[in-house]
Design a protein around this ligand. Structure first.
Ligand code: ADP
Length: 372
């Protein structure tokens, strides 16, 4: 038979091997055991705390509440921490207060009711969390500032550009007869560039609006959206000899339908535009990568060199120089990225030059997470 002293010695040896802080208190809150890790965390030697009330390790106002909490638990069994665990504040010997993760379990030792507290100092984790939260806040703030700037700049630019376009058109209407062919050509070019500038400014305005406006979230059937796009673009699809295949069942999504339709439309139109094959094939589908649903739009087009994977999402960035008339504005993928990011998702691509490109995207909203 082991004596109580031997029992306690054995218990202390075991406790000292544990990396977390371990404190045992009796039913009145008196500290009975304090392991090496707890000494490191609180800065007290075991001899300084044994026999004292555990309140000495707590800052105000928790210190004051502890007695009544313990008393309440013993008389009613109502648990706030015991058997549950939570984040609480603790106080070191030097008076500094720090966050810790505390788990408490009840046990019986030598016929006495006791509580074992497991303690983990989470100061570093908390600091890192605060830093991350601050960075996210700063990033959101600077994105908002950029949207605001884009809105103000493009809004103010609109008026003089409209004026230029109108004046160029009036000049053409009233004085075209008096110009030689070179003059007419210059004037045409001027009108064309004015219109182009108006388009760019409108795109910038729309881009800023995408960042500023609330999403109209609703239950959405992606297959219906794709069928709609097919219907609206049927002439273009036919002229281009393009086929769109939905290769597996797409899950129902909770998202801003109009915006996500815009994402799909941009990706589909690009898959056809940047495609030199006689038969243009677009495959749309979805797979679950174990964490989330990943949607994709795959084409058999001209492909994209890896060095441009990031560039193509930049506003007004275009890789292919066609003649002015068929020139896009280089905003489609910028809108796609913005819309997906507004849905807390990601967009990325894989591509093989001359063989084709696959754009992938994810969409997150609380409702989708619940459904997954
Ligand atoms: P736009 O089509 O108006 O140029 P986007 O932002 O939609 O603007 O696309 C940016 C550029 O990315 C395009 O100019 C093109 O060079 C390239 N690109 C986009 N989608 C594809 C694709 N599916 N295959 C090959 N290149 C693409």
């Amino acid at each position: 038979m082991q004596t109580s002293i031997e029992n306690q010695k054995q218990l202390q040896i075991i406790m000292n091997t544990v990396l977390d802080g371990l404190i045992i208190i009796d039913s009145r809150g008196k500290i009975m055991s304090f392991n090496h890790s707890a000494e490191g965390i609180f800065g007290y030697k075991k001899s300084e705390v044994i026999g004292k009330n555990v309140k000495m390790l707590m800052p105000d106002p928790y210190k004051e509440e502890h007695d009544s909490y313990l008393h309440n638990f013993l008389s009613t069994g109502e648990k706030k921490v015991i058997g549950i665990g939570r984040e609480v504040k603790a106080q070191r010997k030097d008076g500094s207060v720090f966050p810790m993760e505390l788990g408490i379990n009840e046990m019986s030792f030598d016929g006495q009711r006791m509580f074992v507290g497991t303690i983990r100092d989470i100061s570093e984790r908390k600091e890192a969390e605060i830093l991350i939260e601050q960075s996210i806040y700063d990033l959101k703030r600077s994105n908002q500032d950029l949207d605001e700037f884009a809105y103000i700049a493009s809004h103010d630019l609109k008026e003089p550009i409209r004026g230029l376009t109108n004046n160029a058109s009036f000049l053409k209407e009233d004085y075209e007869d008096q110009l030689d062919s070179y003059g007419k050509e210059r004037l045409e070019r001027m009108i064309f560039l004015c219109n182009r500038m108006e388009n760019l400014v409108d795109s910038l305005l729309y881009f800023s609006r995408l960042g500023r406006q609330d999403l109209a979230i609703q239950e959405t059937n992606l297959t219906d959206l794709i069928e709609d796009i097919k219907l609206m673009s049927s002439d273009f699809l036919e002229e281009s000899n393009a086929k769109i295949n939905i290769i597996n069942q797409l899950p129902a999504l909770v998202c801003d339908s109009l915006r996500i339709k815009e994402v799909l439309r941009n990706l589909i139109i690009n898959a056809i535009k940047y495609n030199d094959k006689d038969q243009k094939i677009i495959e749309i589908g979805c797979h679950h990568d174990g964490v989330e649903s990943v949607f994709f739009v795959k084409d058999n087009g001209i492909g994209i060199e890896e060095e441009f994977y990031n560039d193509i999402f930049r506003i007004f960035k275009r890789l292919n120089q066609e003649d002015d008339k068929s020139r896009g504005t280089g905003v489609g993928l910028t809108f796609v990225k913005k819309i997906i990011e507004r849905h807390n998702g990601r967009v990325w691509l894989e591509s093989e030059p001359h063989k084709g490109t696959t754009f992938y995207f994810t969409i997150h909203s609380a409702a989708n997470e619940e459904a997954a």
